[in-house]
Design a binder for this molecule. Structure first.
Ligand SMILES: Nc1nc2c(c(=O)[nH]1)N[C@H]1C(S)=C(S)[C@@H](COP(=O)(O)O)O[C@H]1N2
Ligand SMILES: [Mo]
Length: 354
Protein backbone atom coordinates (compact mmCIF):
# COMPACT_ATOMS: atom_id res chain seq x y z
CA UNK A 1 0.00 0.00 0.00
CA UNK A 2 1.01 3.60 -0.54
CA UNK A 3 0.65 5.15 2.92
CA UNK A 4 -0.35 8.83 3.11
CA UNK A 5 -0.57 8.98 6.91
CA UNK A 6 -0.21 6.52 9.78
CA UNK A 7 -2.50 8.28 12.28
CA UNK A 8 -5.21 8.40 11.18
CA UNK A 9 -4.46 5.58 8.79
CA UNK A 10 -4.72 6.62 5.14
CA UNK A 11 -3.36 4.38 2.41
CA UNK A 12 -4.09 3.78 -1.24
CA UNK A 13 -3.87 0.72 -3.45
CA UNK A 14 -0.93 0.56 -5.83
CA UNK A 15 -1.98 0.45 -9.50
CA UNK A 16 -0.79 -3.17 -9.76
CA UNK A 17 -3.33 -4.40 -7.17
CA UNK A 18 -6.25 -2.75 -8.98
CA UNK A 19 -4.99 -4.07 -12.33
CA UNK A 20 -4.86 -7.68 -11.13
CA UNK A 21 -8.51 -8.50 -10.41
CA UNK A 22 -12.07 -7.15 -10.49
CA UNK A 23 -12.46 -7.56 -6.73
CA UNK A 24 -9.88 -5.79 -4.61
CA UNK A 25 -8.52 -8.01 -1.81
CA UNK A 26 -9.32 -6.68 1.67
CA UNK A 27 -5.66 -6.24 2.58
CA UNK A 28 -5.06 -4.23 -0.61
CA UNK A 29 -8.18 -2.05 -0.37
CA UNK A 30 -7.64 1.69 0.19
CA UNK A 31 -8.26 3.09 3.66
CA UNK A 32 -9.49 6.65 4.10
CA UNK A 33 -10.03 7.72 7.71
CA UNK A 34 -10.43 11.17 9.23
CA UNK A 35 -10.25 9.97 12.81
CA UNK A 36 -8.92 7.10 14.94
CA UNK A 37 -10.41 3.62 14.62
CA UNK A 38 -12.89 3.37 17.54
CA UNK A 39 -12.45 0.72 20.21
CA UNK A 40 -14.42 -2.45 19.68
CA UNK A 41 -13.75 -5.95 20.94
CA UNK A 42 -14.84 -8.56 18.45
CA UNK A 43 -18.09 -10.14 19.49
CA UNK A 44 -19.00 -7.25 21.79
CA UNK A 45 -22.40 -5.72 21.02
CA UNK A 46 -22.55 -2.79 18.61
CA UNK A 47 -26.09 -1.44 18.82
CA UNK A 48 -27.10 1.19 16.27
CA UNK A 49 -29.85 3.74 16.78
CA UNK A 50 -32.48 4.48 14.14
CA UNK A 51 -34.00 7.81 15.05
CA UNK A 52 -35.23 11.24 13.95
CA UNK A 53 -38.28 11.48 11.71
CA UNK A 54 -39.48 7.92 12.22
CA UNK A 55 -42.61 6.67 13.99
CA UNK A 56 -40.72 4.04 16.04
CA UNK A 57 -37.18 4.85 17.14
CA UNK A 58 -35.14 1.68 17.45
CA UNK A 59 -31.93 0.33 18.84
CA UNK A 60 -30.74 -2.63 16.79
CA UNK A 61 -27.88 -5.01 17.45
CA UNK A 62 -26.00 -6.77 14.66
CA UNK A 63 -27.80 -9.98 15.61
CA UNK A 64 -31.18 -8.29 15.26
CA UNK A 65 -30.27 -6.82 11.89
CA UNK A 66 -29.26 -10.25 10.64
CA UNK A 67 -32.27 -12.00 12.16
CA UNK A 68 -35.05 -9.55 11.33
CA UNK A 69 -34.14 -8.38 7.82
CA UNK A 70 -33.30 -10.01 4.51
CA UNK A 71 -29.54 -10.50 4.20
CA UNK A 72 -28.24 -9.40 0.80
CA UNK A 73 -24.91 -9.43 -1.04
CA UNK A 74 -23.75 -6.88 -3.56
CA UNK A 75 -20.59 -6.07 -5.49
CA UNK A 76 -19.87 -2.35 -5.34
CA UNK A 77 -16.99 0.03 -5.86
CA UNK A 78 -16.04 2.64 -3.30
CA UNK A 79 -14.24 5.72 -4.56
CA UNK A 80 -13.05 8.66 -2.52
CA UNK A 81 -13.85 12.17 -3.79
CA UNK A 82 -10.11 12.81 -3.38
CA UNK A 83 -9.14 10.02 -5.79
CA UNK A 84 -6.56 11.31 -8.34
CA UNK A 85 -6.03 14.54 -6.37
CA UNK A 86 -2.29 14.42 -7.14
CA UNK A 87 -3.01 15.71 -10.65
CA UNK A 88 -4.87 18.72 -9.19
CA UNK A 89 -1.96 19.40 -6.82
CA UNK A 90 0.29 19.56 -9.87
CA UNK A 91 -1.90 22.44 -11.11
CA UNK A 92 -1.82 24.43 -7.86
CA UNK A 93 -1.10 23.68 -4.20
CA UNK A 94 -3.87 22.31 -1.95
CA UNK A 95 -2.68 22.86 1.63
CA UNK A 96 -3.51 20.12 4.12
CA UNK A 97 -4.75 17.55 1.62
CA UNK A 98 -2.77 14.41 0.76
CA UNK A 99 -1.63 13.69 -2.81
CA UNK A 100 -3.86 10.69 -3.48
CA UNK A 101 -3.20 8.96 -6.78
CA UNK A 102 -5.66 6.71 -8.63
CA UNK A 103 -5.76 4.09 -5.86
CA UNK A 104 -8.40 5.72 -3.62
CA UNK A 105 -10.88 3.25 -5.04
CA UNK A 106 -11.64 -0.44 -4.72
CA UNK A 107 -14.33 -3.00 -5.43
CA UNK A 108 -15.63 -5.58 -2.97
CA UNK A 109 -18.50 -7.99 -2.38
CA UNK A 110 -20.43 -6.61 0.58
CA UNK A 111 -22.98 -8.33 2.79
CA UNK A 112 -25.59 -6.75 5.01
CA UNK A 113 -29.20 -5.61 5.06
CA UNK A 114 -30.97 -2.96 3.01
CA UNK A 115 -31.22 0.43 4.68
CA UNK A 116 -34.66 0.72 3.05
CA UNK A 117 -35.91 -2.30 5.03
CA UNK A 118 -34.57 -0.89 8.31
CA UNK A 119 -36.17 2.49 7.61
CA UNK A 120 -39.48 0.85 6.71
CA UNK A 121 -39.47 -1.06 10.00
CA UNK A 122 -38.88 2.19 11.88
CA UNK A 123 -41.62 3.94 9.88
CA UNK A 124 -39.79 6.71 8.06
CA UNK A 125 -41.93 9.86 7.99
CA UNK A 126 -43.02 11.45 4.68
CA UNK A 127 -41.23 14.69 5.59
CA UNK A 128 -37.87 12.92 6.02
CA UNK A 129 -36.10 14.15 2.89
CA UNK A 130 -32.62 13.00 4.01
CA UNK A 131 -31.07 10.18 5.97
CA UNK A 132 -28.01 10.94 8.06
CA UNK A 133 -25.33 8.49 9.16
CA UNK A 134 -23.07 8.99 12.15
CA UNK A 135 -19.91 7.05 12.99
CA UNK A 136 -18.17 6.43 16.30
CA UNK A 137 -14.84 8.06 15.42
CA UNK A 138 -14.32 11.56 16.82
CA UNK A 139 -12.35 13.49 14.20
CA UNK A 140 -10.05 16.21 15.52
CA UNK A 141 -9.67 17.74 12.07
CA UNK A 142 -13.36 18.72 12.06
CA UNK A 143 -14.33 22.06 13.52
CA UNK A 144 -15.52 21.55 16.15
CA UNK A 145 -14.17 17.98 16.65
CA UNK A 146 -17.05 15.53 16.09
CA UNK A 147 -17.86 12.02 14.94
CA UNK A 148 -17.62 11.49 11.18
CA UNK A 149 -21.02 11.71 9.46
CA UNK A 150 -22.99 12.77 6.45
CA UNK A 151 -26.32 12.31 4.69
CA UNK A 152 -27.92 11.10 1.50
CA UNK A 153 -31.24 12.11 -0.05
CA UNK A 154 -34.31 10.01 0.75
CA UNK A 155 -34.63 8.50 -2.73
CA UNK A 156 -31.10 7.11 -2.45
CA UNK A 157 -31.59 5.93 1.15
CA UNK A 158 -34.63 3.92 0.01
CA UNK A 159 -32.87 2.46 -3.05
CA UNK A 160 -32.19 -1.30 -2.80
CA UNK A 161 -28.42 -1.00 -3.29
CA UNK A 162 -27.81 0.97 -0.09
CA UNK A 163 -26.76 -1.38 2.69
CA UNK A 164 -25.80 -1.55 6.31
CA UNK A 165 -22.88 -3.91 5.76
CA UNK A 166 -20.97 -6.20 8.12
CA UNK A 167 -18.95 -8.33 5.68
CA UNK A 168 -16.48 -7.60 2.89
CA UNK A 169 -15.34 -10.23 0.39
CA UNK A 170 -16.65 -13.01 2.63
CA UNK A 171 -14.87 -11.85 5.77
CA UNK A 172 -16.19 -9.94 8.76
CA UNK A 173 -15.83 -6.25 7.90
CA UNK A 174 -12.22 -5.38 8.84
CA UNK A 175 -11.97 -2.69 11.51
CA UNK A 176 -10.10 -0.31 9.21
CA UNK A 177 -13.05 -0.49 6.82
CA UNK A 178 -15.66 0.26 9.45
CA UNK A 179 -16.12 -3.03 11.26
CA UNK A 180 -18.32 -4.15 12.80
CA UNK A 181 -20.86 -2.15 10.73
CA UNK A 182 -20.79 0.52 8.03
CA UNK A 183 -23.14 2.20 5.62
CA UNK A 184 -22.53 1.34 1.99
CA UNK A 185 -23.82 3.84 -0.56
CA UNK A 186 -22.89 2.54 -4.03
CA UNK A 187 -22.36 5.18 -6.70
CA UNK A 188 -21.86 8.01 -4.19
CA UNK A 189 -18.54 9.43 -2.99
CA UNK A 190 -16.92 7.17 -0.42
CA UNK A 191 -17.49 9.72 2.35
CA UNK A 192 -21.21 8.87 2.46
CA UNK A 193 -20.42 5.23 3.27
CA UNK A 194 -19.96 6.00 6.95
CA UNK A 195 -17.82 3.50 8.85
CA UNK A 196 -18.26 2.37 12.47
CA UNK A 197 -21.93 3.24 12.09
CA UNK A 198 -23.67 4.21 15.32
CA UNK A 199 -26.74 6.15 14.25
CA UNK A 200 -29.10 6.42 11.29
CA UNK A 201 -31.22 9.56 11.48
CA UNK A 202 -34.14 10.56 9.26
CA UNK A 203 -34.18 14.34 8.81
CA UNK A 204 -35.96 17.11 6.94
CA UNK A 205 -32.63 18.75 6.06
CA UNK A 206 -29.20 17.44 5.05
CA UNK A 207 -26.76 16.53 7.81
CA UNK A 208 -25.05 19.40 9.61
CA UNK A 209 -21.99 17.22 10.20
CA UNK A 210 -18.69 18.90 9.32
CA UNK A 211 -18.02 16.26 6.64
CA UNK A 212 -21.28 17.23 4.91
CA UNK A 213 -21.18 21.01 5.32
CA UNK A 214 -17.49 21.86 5.69
CA UNK A 215 -15.70 19.13 3.73
CA UNK A 216 -16.62 17.01 0.72
CA UNK A 217 -18.07 20.10 -0.93
CA UNK A 218 -17.08 21.14 -4.43
CA UNK A 219 -16.08 24.78 -4.06
CA UNK A 220 -15.47 27.26 -6.86
CA UNK A 221 -11.76 27.86 -7.43
CA UNK A 222 -11.91 31.36 -5.89
CA UNK A 223 -13.41 30.20 -2.57
CA UNK A 224 -11.43 29.62 0.62
CA UNK A 225 -11.95 26.19 2.27
CA UNK A 226 -13.41 27.97 5.36
CA UNK A 227 -16.23 29.35 3.19
CA UNK A 228 -17.45 25.81 2.50
CA UNK A 229 -20.70 25.95 4.47
CA UNK A 230 -21.81 29.05 2.52
CA UNK A 231 -20.47 28.16 -0.90
CA UNK A 232 -20.19 25.27 -3.30
CA UNK A 233 -22.18 22.07 -3.35
CA UNK A 234 -22.14 18.95 -1.18
CA UNK A 235 -20.88 16.01 -3.23
CA UNK A 236 -23.09 12.98 -3.78
CA UNK A 237 -23.12 10.93 -6.99
CA UNK A 238 -19.68 10.24 -8.45
CA UNK A 239 -18.62 11.71 -11.81
CA UNK A 240 -17.50 9.36 -14.60
CA UNK A 241 -13.81 8.58 -14.22
CA UNK A 242 -11.09 6.33 -15.61
CA UNK A 243 -7.42 5.68 -15.08
CA UNK A 244 -4.66 3.79 -16.83
CA UNK A 245 -3.29 1.10 -14.47
CA UNK A 246 -0.58 -0.40 -16.63
CA UNK A 247 1.98 0.36 -17.89
CA UNK A 248 3.03 2.46 -14.88
CA UNK A 249 3.81 6.15 -15.39
CA UNK A 250 7.50 6.70 -16.07
CA UNK A 251 8.11 3.10 -17.05
CA UNK A 252 10.11 1.79 -19.98
CA UNK A 253 8.47 -0.84 -22.18
CA UNK A 254 9.65 -2.74 -25.27
CA UNK A 255 8.57 -0.92 -28.46
CA UNK A 256 5.92 -2.58 -30.60
CA UNK A 257 2.57 -3.87 -29.39
CA UNK A 258 2.03 -2.74 -25.79
CA UNK A 259 -0.87 -3.85 -23.60
CA UNK A 260 -2.72 -1.06 -21.85
CA UNK A 261 -5.12 -1.76 -18.96
CA UNK A 262 -7.16 0.38 -16.60
CA UNK A 263 -10.39 0.93 -14.73
CA UNK A 264 -13.46 3.02 -15.48
CA UNK A 265 -16.29 3.91 -13.13
CA UNK A 266 -19.59 5.74 -13.57
CA UNK A 267 -21.46 7.28 -10.65
CA UNK A 268 -24.87 6.54 -9.16
CA UNK A 269 -26.96 4.39 -11.49
CA UNK A 270 -24.95 5.15 -14.62
CA UNK A 271 -22.92 2.47 -16.40
CA UNK A 272 -19.66 2.56 -18.29
CA UNK A 273 -20.46 2.19 -21.98
CA UNK A 274 -17.14 2.96 -23.66
CA UNK A 275 -13.47 3.61 -22.97
CA UNK A 276 -11.25 5.35 -25.54
CA UNK A 277 -7.47 5.45 -25.66
CA UNK A 278 -5.19 7.67 -27.67
CA UNK A 279 -1.47 7.71 -28.35
CA UNK A 280 -1.47 11.16 -30.00
CA UNK A 281 -2.84 13.35 -27.21
CA UNK A 282 -6.49 12.81 -28.10
CA UNK A 283 -6.60 13.59 -31.81
CA UNK A 284 -7.47 10.00 -32.71
CA UNK A 285 -9.08 7.47 -30.41
CA UNK A 286 -9.56 3.76 -30.45
CA UNK A 287 -11.94 1.81 -28.23
CA UNK A 288 -10.66 -0.45 -25.51
CA UNK A 289 -12.21 -3.81 -24.71
CA UNK A 290 -14.42 -3.64 -21.62
CA UNK A 291 -13.96 -6.52 -19.18
CA UNK A 292 -16.65 -7.99 -16.92
CA UNK A 293 -19.22 -5.77 -15.26
CA UNK A 294 -19.68 -7.56 -11.95
CA UNK A 295 -22.65 -5.41 -11.00
CA UNK A 296 -24.29 -2.10 -11.95
CA UNK A 297 -22.42 -0.64 -8.96
CA UNK A 298 -18.93 -1.78 -9.82
CA UNK A 299 -16.05 -0.26 -11.73
CA UNK A 300 -15.10 -1.98 -14.94
CA UNK A 301 -11.62 -2.97 -15.98
CA UNK A 302 -10.63 -2.53 -19.61
CA UNK A 303 -7.70 -3.38 -21.86
CA UNK A 304 -6.36 -2.80 -25.33
CA UNK A 305 -3.10 -2.91 -27.28
CA UNK A 306 -1.35 0.05 -28.86
CA UNK A 307 1.61 0.19 -31.28
CA UNK A 308 4.47 2.25 -29.87
CA UNK A 309 7.58 3.27 -31.83
CA UNK A 310 10.82 3.65 -29.87
CA UNK A 311 10.89 6.95 -27.98
CA UNK A 312 8.80 8.91 -25.44
CA UNK A 313 5.01 8.59 -25.48
CA UNK A 314 1.98 9.86 -23.64
CA UNK A 315 -0.94 7.45 -23.41
CA UNK A 316 -4.38 8.94 -22.82
CA UNK A 317 -7.64 7.31 -21.74
CA UNK A 318 -11.17 8.51 -21.12
CA UNK A 319 -14.49 6.81 -20.34
CA UNK A 320 -18.10 7.50 -21.34
CA UNK A 321 -21.14 6.66 -19.27
CA UNK A 322 -24.72 5.71 -20.11
CA UNK A 323 -25.82 9.38 -19.85
CA UNK A 324 -23.27 10.20 -22.61
CA UNK A 325 -21.12 12.06 -20.09
CA UNK A 326 -17.39 11.86 -20.58
CA UNK A 327 -14.31 13.17 -18.82
CA UNK A 328 -12.86 16.66 -19.17
CA UNK A 329 -9.54 16.94 -20.95
CA UNK A 330 -7.51 18.88 -18.44
CA UNK A 331 -7.25 18.99 -14.62
CA UNK A 332 -6.37 22.72 -14.74
CA UNK A 333 -10.02 23.64 -15.30
CA UNK A 334 -11.13 21.34 -12.47
CA UNK A 335 -8.88 22.67 -9.71
CA UNK A 336 -10.82 23.35 -6.51
CA UNK A 337 -9.70 24.34 -3.01
CA UNK A 338 -10.14 20.89 -1.41
CA UNK A 339 -9.00 18.90 -4.43
CA UNK A 340 -12.06 16.78 -5.11
CA UNK A 341 -13.51 15.16 -8.25
CA UNK A 342 -10.51 15.06 -10.53
CA UNK A 343 -11.94 13.12 -13.42
CA UNK A 344 -9.74 14.55 -16.16
CA UNK A 345 -8.40 12.26 -18.88
CA UNK A 346 -5.86 9.79 -17.58
CA UNK A 347 -2.38 10.46 -18.97
CA UNK A 348 0.63 8.20 -18.59
CA UNK A 349 4.04 9.21 -19.89
CA UNK A 350 6.45 6.37 -20.70
CA UNK A 351 9.33 5.38 -22.94
CA UNK A 352 9.36 2.64 -25.53
CA UNK A 353 12.79 1.19 -26.26
CA UNK A 354 13.95 -0.84 -29.19
N1 LIG B 1 -16.72 6.93 10.40
C1 LIG B 1 -16.04 7.23 9.28
N2 LIG B 1 -16.56 6.82 8.11
C2 LIG B 1 -15.91 7.10 6.96
C3 LIG B 1 -14.71 7.85 6.96
C4 LIG B 1 -14.19 8.27 8.22
O1 LIG B 1 -13.14 8.92 8.31
N3 LIG B 1 -14.89 7.93 9.35
N4 LIG B 1 -14.09 8.14 5.77
C5 LIG B 1 -14.98 8.16 4.61
C6 LIG B 1 -14.29 8.35 3.35
S1 LIG B 1 -13.79 9.92 3.01
C7 LIG B 1 -14.16 7.33 2.44
S2 LIG B 1 -13.53 7.62 0.91
C8 LIG B 1 -14.56 5.95 2.80
C9 LIG B 1 -13.37 5.02 2.69
O2 LIG B 1 -13.72 3.72 3.03
P1 LIG B 1 -12.55 2.64 3.27
O3 LIG B 1 -11.57 3.21 4.24
O4 LIG B 1 -13.21 1.41 3.72
O5 LIG B 1 -11.91 2.46 1.90
O6 LIG B 1 -15.06 5.85 4.11
C10 LIG B 1 -15.85 6.93 4.53
N5 LIG B 1 -16.44 6.64 5.80
MO1 LIG C 1 -13.22 10.04 0.84
Amino acid sequence: MIVHSEVPLNAESPRAILARSDLTPNDGFYIRSHGPIPEHHSGAPWPIRVQGLVSREQELTLEELERDFEVVELVATLQCAGNRRADLLAVRDIPGEAPWGPGATGTARWQGVRLADVLAAAGIAPEAAYVEFEGADVCEEASPPQPFGGSIPRHKALAPEVLLAWAMNGEPLPRAHGGPLRALVPGYIGARSVKWLRAVRARAEPSENFFQTGAYRLLPADAAPEEAPQRGVALGAIAVNAEILSPEPGSTVPAGSVELTGYAFAGDDRRIVRVDVSTDGGRRWRQAELLAELSPWSARRWRTRVELRPGPHELVARAWDSAAATQPEDPAGLWNPKGYVNNAWSRVALTARR
